[in-house]
Design a protein around this ligand. Structure first.
Ligand SMILES: [Zn+2]
Length: 221
């Protein structure tokens, strides 16, 4: 008798355990769905509850050459929580082009990437969708948009074309995310890293840059 009851008990528990397992899997699937869908969709055009990012649009301006890198170690497909700052970087590779740097980000083994790269001719390449995390600014990747900027030599100083594009893009990003020029920061301000070198070595030039962004921003007001 005792054995019989135990057996019946086991038989009854098994389906219940299965139902619980199925429910657990279903709950997990629901919670992980955004990232799965993001990966399948390339992170484009899908809004999720609780992911109401503070951007007017995820569409970059016409002068931006959109060449999104593949989902991988660098671009994970994970969404930004918000956009609280714009982070300016320099590539640290004198003479390399925007295309060189974008293609490096796209390599399977690369673990870093930025939203935008500005080249020596002033060209702008977008590598990561505006509502996704980049991998450039350490613990601030979650709530910042990153711009890597090419430079001709070791000083890290940007040439005129590159600089003008940086001002134009930064002002547009500020307007698009409701930020001011004072919300534009250097990688240096996040971690103390000497990046972008010229603006760390020359704080006055950094202030001048932010003033130029402020002036450019006025055209959006
Ligand atoms: Zn940097």
């Amino acid at each position: 008798m005792t054995t019989g009851i135990k057996k019946r008990g086991k038989r009854k528990l098994r389906p219940i355990a299965k139902i619980i397992m199925v429910l657990c899997v279903a709950v997990l699937a629901v919670f992980s769905a955004p990232s799965v869908i993001d990966i399948l969709s390339g992170g484009k055009g899908i809004e999720f509850i609780g992911k109401d990012i503070n951007l007017k649009t995820t569409q970059a301006p016409d002068y931006v050459d959109v060449q999104l890198i593949n989902i991988g170690l660098a671009r994970t497909g994970k969404k930004l929580s918000s956009v609280e700052n714009i982070v300016v970087h320099y590539t640290g590779n004198p003479g390399t082009s925007a295309q060189n740097n974008r293609d490096y980000f796209n390599k399977l083994s690369t673990t870093v990437c930025s939203h935008f790269v500005i080249g020596l001719g002033g060209e702008v390449i977008q590598c990561v969708p505006l509502d996704e995390k980049s991998a450039a600014s350490n613990h601030r990747n979650i709530d910042t948009v990153s711009i890597e900027v090419c430079h001709p030599d070791e000083s890290g100083k940007f040439n005129e074309n590159t600089y003008n594009s940086l001002v134009k893009l930064t002002a547009w990003l500020c307007d698009n995310s409701g930020l001011k020029e004072t919300d534009v920061i250097r990688h240096f301000d996040v971690t103390g890293k000497e990046c972008p070198k010229y603006f760390v070595d020359n704080p006055k030039e950094w202030e001048n840059f932010k003033n130029d962004v402020k002036e450019k921003l006025k055209k959006y007001k």
